[in-house]
Design a protein around this ligand. Structure first.
Ligand code: URA
Length: 268
């Protein structure tokens, strides 16, 4: 079934009204099953716009059509980073798109050997749409340089692509909504090693509640990729005593890139 838009919307409205009036329990449309309604909505065509002169085409009015939710398969099948970034830009999979100024997709070499993963954009990143550009970002650049990696040679991104309001901790549902983007970024880049900066990125990637102190100093795995976890540059600004262990963690990365096996490698 592929009804024109109006039919799809009528069916969807009937479906929602009936579901509401039955307190979410019933799905008994006379002319369509639940699956047909969903399929009809998915295949409903957007209005065709004439190419005649006039105001610039700003795309469909979200208030008129409702935002389209980016789906997991769309993310998993994005053929390149540009396509994936466009999906992030239009993403409404969680509510952070309502408060963010800019999405922060990530940046760097598409064939980077190293991907750096932080927690989430902060105020400066939200302003600019670029990851790690505040004070912590400056320190990150210097840390990377200390192992011979100019910022441009790596890829830098975050678990979340949108800033949580007032930099609050990301919520589980936000991580769940955003993780497919990170997974696809990694699959497209195929790094030799991932550096998880900070407890949040490390715990999210490694699916553990362990303290960062227990996770650092060794090599883990995320979705088949080696992961080295270390302190977040923002934490280093507050705790300069952690710079030394961070440098040691980065030496693990350097040895991996140099093809010198790391004796601390763990296969979890
Ligand atoms: N902190 C992060 O985790 N990511 C950024 O991009 C900036 C600060």
């Amino acid at each position: 079934m592929s009804p024109p838009d109006a039919d799809a919307r009528t069916l969807a409205r009937a479906f929602l009204e009936q579901t509401l009036s039955a307190e979410g329990n019933a799905l008994m449309l006379e002319h369509a099953t639940r699956e047909e309604v969903i399929r009809g909505l998915a295949s409903a065509r957007r209005p065709v716009r004439a190419h005649a002169a006039g105001p610039p085409d700003r795309g469909p009015d979200p208030a008129a059509t409702g935002p389209e939710i980016v789906t997991g398969p769309q993310i998993a099948e994005a053929p390149d980073l540009e396509t994936l970034a466009a999906l992030v830009a239009s993403c409404t999979r969680c509510t952070l798109h309502e408060s963010r100024k800019n999405p922060v997709f990530g940046e760097g070499a598409a064939d980077a050997r190293v991907v750096c993963v932080g927690e989430a954009p902060g105020a400066r990143e939200d302003e600019t749409g670029r990851p790690f550009v505040g004070r912590a970002g400056g320190l990150l650049d210097r840390l990377l340089l200390s192992i011979g990696l100019p910022r441009k040679s790596v890829y830098i991104c975050n678990v979340l692509k949108s800033r949580p309001p007032r930099n609050r901790d990301p919520l589980p549902e936000e991580v769940a909504a955003c993780s497919p983007y990170l997974l696809r970024q990694l699959a497209l880049i195929e790094p030799e090693v991932i550096i998880a900066f900070g407890a949040f990125a490390a715990r999210t990637l490694l699916e553990t509640k362990s303290a960062l102190g227990r996770l650092r100093g060794t090599v883990h795995r995320y979705s088949g990729y080696p992961v080295v976890a270390t302190y977040h540059p923002a934490a280093l600004l507050r705790n300069p005593g952690w710079i030394r262990p961070t440098w040691e963690d980065l030496q693990i990365v350097r040895r991996m890139l140099d093809g010198v096996g790391d004796r601390g490698a763990r296969n979890d």
